[in-house]
Design a protein around this ligand. Sequence first.
Ligand SMILES: Cc1cc2nc3c(=O)[nH]c(=O)nc-3n(C[C@H](O)[C@H](O)[C@H](O)COP(=O)(O)OP(=O)(O)OC[C@H]3O[C@@H](n4cnc5c(N)ncnc54)[C@H](O)[C@@H]3O)c2cc1C
Length: 546
Amino acid sequence: MLPTPLAKALAGLGPFVLDGPVASVLPPKPASIESRLGSSRRELRGAYRGTRDRVDRRGRGGPGVRVVVVGGGWAGIAASIVLAERGVQVTLVEKGDSIGGRAGAFEVRLEDGASFRMERSFPAIFPQYYNVRALLRRVDPELASLRRLEDYPVLAHDGTQASFGGLPSTPPLNLIALLRRTPFVSLADLRQLDVVAMRALLTFDPQKSYAEHDRETAGSFLDRLGLPSRARELLLRVFCHGAFRDAGTLSAAEMMSLLHYHFLGNPEGLAFEVPDEPTCDAFFAPFSRYLAGLGVEVRLGQKATAVHAARGDKLAVEAGGTIEADGVVLALDVRGTQALFAASPDLRRDTELAEGVQALCTSPGYFVLRLFLDRAPDPTRPAYAAVVGHGMLDGIALFDRLEGESRRWALRTGGAVVQLWAFGVPDSLGDVAASEALRSALEELYPELRQATVLHAEVLRDAERAGFGPGSAASRPKVGTPYGNVTLAGDWVKLPFPAALMERAAASGVMAANALLDRWDVRGEPVWTLPPRGFVASLAGLRFGR
Ligand SMILES: Cc1cc2nc3c(=O)[nH]c(=O)nc-3n(C[C@H](O)[C@H](O)[C@H](O)COP(=O)(O)OP(=O)(O)OC[C@H]3O[C@@H](n4cnc5c(N)ncnc54)[C@H](O)[C@@H]3O)c2cc1C
């Protein structure tokens, strides 16, 4: 039973509404109390328009409607699929030798000559990745390639282990259950929290929160909140992906959005899934075949160097030759987008957009170490664990318990494939020093691996992660541009609802395709979001801090 004041307040809950061109999210019928609490996904109303199913020979966008999609990560794949399924001729230009972008995998050679695929990022597919899942269902209708990890443990340096497994999925019951059992926050800590800051967290709203808190750093907001340092680190590392652990470089509004997206407003729970084979096999090879079946021309190893205005309202994309198109989706990473704008005076005609692109930033570098060990860790160790308060180490994944390729290697050798992550690693720290730091953190947490011999090690480091600095929301480019026939997509684009990483990339790709399809009066693809506002945002009658 819900306590009476809460039940009363729920009765006054309004519909979820976002401002902006594609942004009203209205449940069609009066919603049940459960769905008002946030236990269901929402379709973004207005995310697509158009009266026709596909471009055809009769309409304005008749034969030969061509779109060039630049960038073959989640964003570019999503845009290509949505466009090609509706009859648009799509050319996908990708500078790498395969699609998948940062979520893809690359081939490495082991000492014994065997080839092996290593992911650039950790492929956690959270249950609220609605748009990613809808795309994956095209190639894997039952999502059979995903396996669910029931727990999401967090290991602290003093041996404390917190678990996000088995929590109720409906907000705010998830928060209440977590607070009751977490060793990271005590009742006394909770009493010290600043009610005004707490209210701001619980009443997250995509417009209001950015208007009020984007200029503030996450660090100063957390100082005001008065969260104990362990809980603070948990929040930054787990919900803000470690990448933004330097709370001085992250906008407070973005931190609130991430916390809402992953936990406070997430109706699906935190138990995520991972593919059972490397992402190149599980996701991107099937997507390549699907795109080929739709007639998409995928040009790999081809870098787009500029985009110009061409005859009429056509565009010309320079990519090892000129490709003329009726529309362009720029689905590149931050640096790729900036380089393309710098080389394309026509893209910079709108000063506000050009300055917005110029102002984008990346977050500090990440470091990935994959170890092929001659022995396995204790069988009770979790397949994936986030790490808090242990130097640079942010996460440990035992890949042979997640993916078939690693499992087969482990069965063959009796060893284990362990991947370690660290975010915010300074360039000045060399590969050897960073690897040693991660290895020794691993051995402290999993002492049984102290005697393990490393049969092979792979290092990957980069800085290509979108940054969300204080004050960046005002100038952050959106999917639509003033040019109309150029749209933007990627995990850095401003969306009118909370989303993160792969899901942000996929959702923006769908929206970029929809915006172009609208020009030809073609209906686009539905876009899905969790309830965009915090569960207390609309609770009439509940007043915190009064
Ligand atoms: C270590 C790490 C761990 C991560 N873990 C997770 C996780 O657990 N869950 C999650 O959801 N996300 C995770 N991510 C983030 C996720 O990988 C990204 O958010 C997502 O893949 C971004 O997709 P995108 O399409 O926006 O960009 P990208 O994947 O970067 O795609 C952009 C593409 O554009 C191409 N390109 C660039 N310039 C040009 C040009 N001039 N011409 C042609 N092509 C060009 C690039 O080669 C690239 O393929 C992680 C990332 C890292 C680094």
